[in-house]
Every structure is written in structure tokens, then in C-alpha cells.
Design a protein around this ligand. Sequence first.
Ligand SMILES: *[C@@H]1O[C@H](CO)[C@@H](O)[C@H](O)[C@H]1NC(C)=O
Ligand SMILES: *[C@@H]1O[C@H](CO)[C@@H](O)[C@H](O)[C@H]1NC(C)=O
Ligand SMILES: *[C@@H]1O[C@H](CO)[C@@H](O)[C@H](O)[C@H]1NC(C)=O
Length: 300
Amino acid sequence: VLWTTSLMAAFLLGLLLLVLQSPPVPSRPWERGDAEPPAPNGTVQQLPDVIIIGVRKGGTRALIEMLSLHRVVAAAQNEVHFFDWESHFQRGLPWYLSQMPFSLPGQLTVEKTPAYFTSAKVPARIRQMNPAVKLLLIVRDPTERVLSDYTQVLHNRLQKHKRPRPVEAVLMKGGEVNLGYKALNRSLYYLHMENWLRHFPLRSIHLVDGDRLVREPLAEMKEVERFLELEPQIGAANFYFNKTKGFYCLRDRGKERCLHDSKGRAHPHVQPAILHKLYRYFHQPNRRFFQLVGRTFSWN
Ligand SMILES: *[C@@H]1O[C@H](CO)[C@@H](O)[C@H](O)[C@H]1NC(C)=O
Ligand SMILES: *[C@@H]1O[C@H](CO)[C@@H](O)[C@H](O)[C@H]1NC(C)=O
Ligand SMILES: *[C@@H]1O[C@H](CO)[C@@H](O)[C@H](O)[C@H]1NC(C)=O
């Protein structure tokens, strides 16, 4: 009897070890659109349902922060640059997925990379991932945007101890607007929008008025909620005006936070004659953009 019992015990122990050592049940190979297996707390990483595609210096950080006020939204912390940087894109969707925040199934994952808007190959790549993805594009006065773009680059140059280039020297060439200046090109919204509309219907792209978002954040966010078919949750209590800053700050579940100080840096002083030339230059491109998107903005 003793012998049988010990044999039985050894057998059971062996069985136990076998169970402990056996590899986990192999899951199906990873497929497009699959979420990762749930983490112990029930969260998963999910490919984005919503992408903020730009524009650079349009207020994309403010937009994603305000969107995060909604409990359903899970936002990626960093700009992922998946569709525009070859070194990232070559790593494939599993890598992209690994950059996403952990969220509960049913939450909405949002990523923002402002460089997507002006990168020619991005729209086709996003459509290939998910043709039903919802896109948010925040735009502002193109002249203001150029100056803000210039200011950001100037700031970066100063930090790297590089010689600053005077604003007139980059904006103008031979007395005319310098069409070779990249920041200027980024403000030709119609040019880039045409490319997006070759791959997505206009109803997939919601335009956020960046100038209005600064002055009336709640009104703009209500429209974003509607576009994303979210239950209305963002309310007046989420915003308070900071007089020192001259901007709205956010109140999120009792915690107050303002955007980083680099948002709203003062622009360089530009000679009025040059400013005037810029405004005039953008007049036609702006009309073309308004026509494409079927609405107008308060720019010239
Ligand atoms: C859930 O687990 C993941 C991975 O372990 C972690 O990154 C995430 O922060 C957790 N989420 C919550 C809400 O605790
Ligand atoms: C602006 O950029 C677009 C897209 O990269 C390019 O096709 C176009 O030639 C540029 N236009 C000017 C005026 O530089
Ligand atoms: C308002 O803005 C100032 C200047 O950036 C900042 O120091 C202060 O903490 C802000 N106050 C509140 C209540 O957000």
C-alpha cells in the first residue's frame, strides 16, 4: 500500500511539474486589428480608432489633452510617427500597437502625430490599416501658423547653440514670399488636404478650428464629441480661465493642469509690410481649402 501511495504521489508530482512546465496554449498568430491578450487588470493595447493628423503648431497637444477629459478616451502619450518615419513603419503594426496605451475594451484609443498631415504617403498607409478610422485635423490661420512654426524652430536652434536665422531671411526671397520655405508649404492646407481626400471621404475627417479652441474650448470639444459619437461628458466645469497665462486650463477629475509654457510662446516681431505680403499670399490657397472642405474659417 505504502509503495502504491508513493508511486501515486510521484506520478501526481510529475503531472504537476508537466503542467507547470508546459508552454501556454499557443494563441492564433497575430492578426491585423487584434488586440493584445488582456493584462491582468483587464486592459489591452488597441490600434487607434482616432488619429489627430495635424497641423503642426495648430494646437494638437491642447486637442488631445482636452479629448482625454472624456473617460472613454485613452490617448497615447507621445507622438508615435509610425506612418511617416520609414524606420518605424518598417517595424509593422505589432510595433505600432505596442506604442498604444493600455485601455479597457470599448475605450477609444487616440494617437496624435502632427507631421502626418503634410506627409504624402501617410493617407494611403492609414487607410490600409483601417479605412473606417476617424481623423481629426486642427487648423488655424496659416500666417499665424507659419510664425509659430518659425518660433519653434528658432527655439530649437537656440537650444542647440545654432545661429538663429532672422524671420525676414526665411520668409522672403528677393522681396517675394519664399516658396522654398518648408514651414510656408505646411500652411498650404489645400495641397495636403487634396491628398487626404484621395484616400478618405470628407466625412471621415473632422476639422477643429484651432483659433476657436483657444477662445471657446468647450464649444469646439462638443463638436468633437459629436463627431466621435461619444456620450457628452466634457463640460464647462472642465475648463477655467487662467488670467496670468491668458489661456484656459483644464480641470480633470479634481486635478488642475495647464498646458506647457511653450504653448503660446510670443511670436517674433515681423515688419508689417512682410506680414501683409504673407496674408495676401495665403488668400488664394485659403479659398481653395475652404472649397475643398465645404466651410470657411475666420482667416482672410
Ligand atoms: C494595467 O496593466 C498594464 C500592463 O501591466 C499597465 O501598463 C497599465 O497601466 C495597467 N492599467 C491600470 C488601469 O491599472
Ligand atoms: C509643397 O509640398 C508639396 C508636398 O510635399 C509639394 O508637392 C509641392 O511641390 C510643394 N510646393 C512648394 C511651392 O514648394
Ligand atoms: C496660472 O498660470 C500661471 C502662469 O503660467 C501659473 O504659474 C499658475 O500656476 C496658473 N494657475 C492656475 C490656478 O492654474
